[in-house]
Design a protein around this ligand. Structure first.
Ligand SMILES: Nc1ncnc2c1ncn2[C@@H]1O[C@H](COP(=O)(O)OP(=O)(O)OP(=O)(O)O)[C@@H](O)[C@H]1O
Ligand SMILES: [Mg+2]
Length: 365
């Protein structure tokens, strides 16, 4: 049994008529980064604030390292300062009138530690985030990325059991975000810290997390390892929220244990899909086929092999490190896929694309 550092059991929080969090249950295991991922307004920040003790739930229970810290039924609510959690807010929330070192020392002073110990711990935390040199710098004179690190050092300095991170990189430019992502991952592994991370950026969620909880309307729709969510989404919402998906319409023509054959409008042949990748559908039923663009294989000389469909190129966009090719299928459907640099194709050219049966999933329309 893996150790659980945080558990939410059927937690609900409403603001007036609006249910921001609906009976949400979640466990964070020791040493993992668990991420709440979802669109704006789905309840991520509210969930994090409930965990930190900045909001009180209307229903449910919260456990910290196995100990009950919030129970609506029992009238129990543990205040934030009695929870051993470090929080990094989206806005950093640093004190502008203090130096870097004073900001990081603040949580330790609150806890009444001796000044010599405070100095040592602050030095240690700043070294961890590579800010040792800037201890005496006033916070307003730091770059966004440096302020981000100060906020992280301040959350790490008292060695919390759980780190709560709310969109911590949202104010950084793309390059710095990528850099901070790698740094936080390395730091978290090095310290063996457990973290609950919040983001609406799926690349950030996928690359940083051990497990991702996709949130929708105040509850978790699917929880799993990043690759599992990406390859085996259980709902259309998760499928469409993560990565890019091409959806084509069709009708189930035949079905056996292993395969589902789907007839697409205007297509000369059935498309064959592995049955186990798809939820239950019946022969004659209208369905959607879903495939990721990176799973589509282009065949520059048109072919009529299994699961190959012909089409003509509508446009070929150069997007920096590859081409994105939009293809009008003979039956009328539109798909896009990727080609490496140097493979520019002229508009109107006829090629075919192959849909690997194990990469196509079939969904009720
Ligand atoms: N203090 C509050 N009073 C009233 N409504 C609130 C309050 N805090 C949040 N809400 C509402 O609750 C819902 C969830 O908000 P929350 O901040 O948790 O979303 P989020 O997933 O963090 O979104 P974002 O990605 O935009 O930060 C939203 O509809 C929001 O307007
Ligand atoms: Mg938020």
């Amino acid at each position: 049994m893996e150790e659980v550092v945080l558990k939410l059991a059927a937690v609900t929080k409403a603001f007036g008529p609006l249910k921001a969090v609906r009976s949400l249950s979640l466990e964070v295991r020791k040493g993992e980064i668990a991420t709440l991922l979802g669109p704006s307004g789905c309840g991520k920040t509210t969930t994090l604030r409930l965990v930190a003790g900045l909001e009180e739930p209307d229903e449910g229970e919260i456990f910290e390292a196995g100990k009950l810290i919030v129970s609506v039924a029992q009238g129990l609510f543990t205040p934030p300062y009695k929870r051993n959690m470090g929080m990094v807010f989206q806005s950093y929330a640093l004190w502008p009138n203090m130096t870097v070192a004073q900001n990081v020392a603040f949580p330790l002073e609150l806890r009444g530690l001796a000044s010599k110990i405070i100095r040592e711990k602050v030095r240690g935390a700043l070294d961890l985030v590579n800010l040792g040199e800037l201890e005496q710098r006033p916070v307003p004179l730091l770059s966004g990325g440096q302020q981000q690190r100060v906020a992280l050092a301040r959350a790490l300095v008292y060695e919390p059991d759980l780190l709560l991170l709310d969109e911590p990189f949202s104010n950084l430019d793309a390059k710095l975000r990528e850099q901070m992502r790698v740094e936080v991952k390395l730091l978290q592994k090095k310290l063996g810290i457990s973290a609950l991370f919040v983001t609406h950026d799926q690349i950030e969620a996928m690359s940083l997390s051990d497990r991702v909880a996709v949130m929708h309307d105040g509850d978790i729709e699917q929880l799993g390892a990043p690759l599992e969510l990406y390859e085996r989404p259980r709902t259309p919402f998760v499928r469409d929220f993560l990565g890019k998906t091409i959806i084509l319409q069709g009708t189930v023509a035949a079905k056996d244990q292993e395969r589902i054959a789907v007839q697409m409008a205007g297509a000369p042949r059935h498309l064959s899909c592995l049955n186990h990748a798809s939820p239950g559908v019946a022969v004659g039923q209208k369905v959607c086929l879903a495939i990721r663009p990176e799973d589509i294989a282009a065949q520059l000389s048109p072919s009529d092999g299994e699961n190959a469909l012909r089409g003509s190129i509508e446009t070929c966009l150069f997007v920096g490190d590859h081409y994105e090719v939009h293809l009008r299928l003979d039956g009328g459907g539109l798909v896009f896929f990727y080609l490496p640099r140097g493979a520019d194709l002229e508009e109107g050219r006829v090629i075919s694309v192959k849909f690997p049966p194990e990469r196509v999933s079939v969904w009720p329309a």
